[in-house]
Design a protein around this ligand. Structure first.
Ligand code: ZN
Length: 183
């Protein structure tokens, strides 16, 4: 039993009358494995991920990838939050391979997060990676800590957005982004 597993066994002994019953036999092991996976973003190599997928390009129009599914963990309650992420940027000389945008979302999602910070990290990462003229990121998510506990607000969704560069300074760019998401 490794250290994390042992800690889960201890947690079980605090929250369950009979922590050694049949159904819980492999639970510390599975929980430890699960949490390593849910936080695997801490060990992903961002530089390696991005550098192999930056291409020179003349394109200076908006590039949008919407409805990227993500699953993250709320750092306040250690419960999941999950939803969709919409990413757009206006390049100036360099573009990012399409699938890499989803990988960047994953890299930052698979950590302990709050949604506001997650949104900001994704936006800044893309801005820096390709020196974009502007970046817009919108995330809509449902939080288990709201749905399962306390007031049990089951249908409320949290929306966060971060606009950088031309997305922040130029209303036309921002409106184009929002209009594309409406379709
Ligand atoms: Zn929470």
């Amino acid at each position: 039993m490794d250290h994390l597993e042992a800690l889960y066994a201890e947690v079980l002994s605090h929250i369950e009358k009979d922590p050694h019953r049949e159904g819980l036999k492999g639970t510390p092991h599975r929980a430890a494995q699960t949490w390593r996976y849910l936080t695997s973003g801490y060990h992903m190599d961002l530089t390696k991920l991005i550098n192999s997928a930056i291409f020179t390009s003349e394109v200076d129009q908006m590039i949008l990838v919407n409805n990227i599914e993500f699953y993250s963990v709320c750092e306040h309650h250690l419960l999941p939050f999950f939803g969709k992420c919409h990413v757009a940027y206006v390049p100036q000389g360099k573009v990012l391979g399409l699938s890499k945008i989803a990988r960047i979302v994953e890299l930052f999602s698979r950590r302990l997060q709050i949604q506001e910070e997650l949104t900001s990290q994704i936006a800044h990462c893309i801005e820096e990676a390709v020196n974009a003229d502007g970046v817009g990121v919108i995330m809509e998510a449902r939080h288990m800590c709201m749905m399962m506990r306390g007031v049990a607000k089951q249908s409320s969704e949290m929306k966060t957005s971060v606009m950088l560069g031309s997305f922040r300074d130029d209303k036309k760019t921002r409106d184009e982004f929002l209009a594309l998401l409406d379709h």
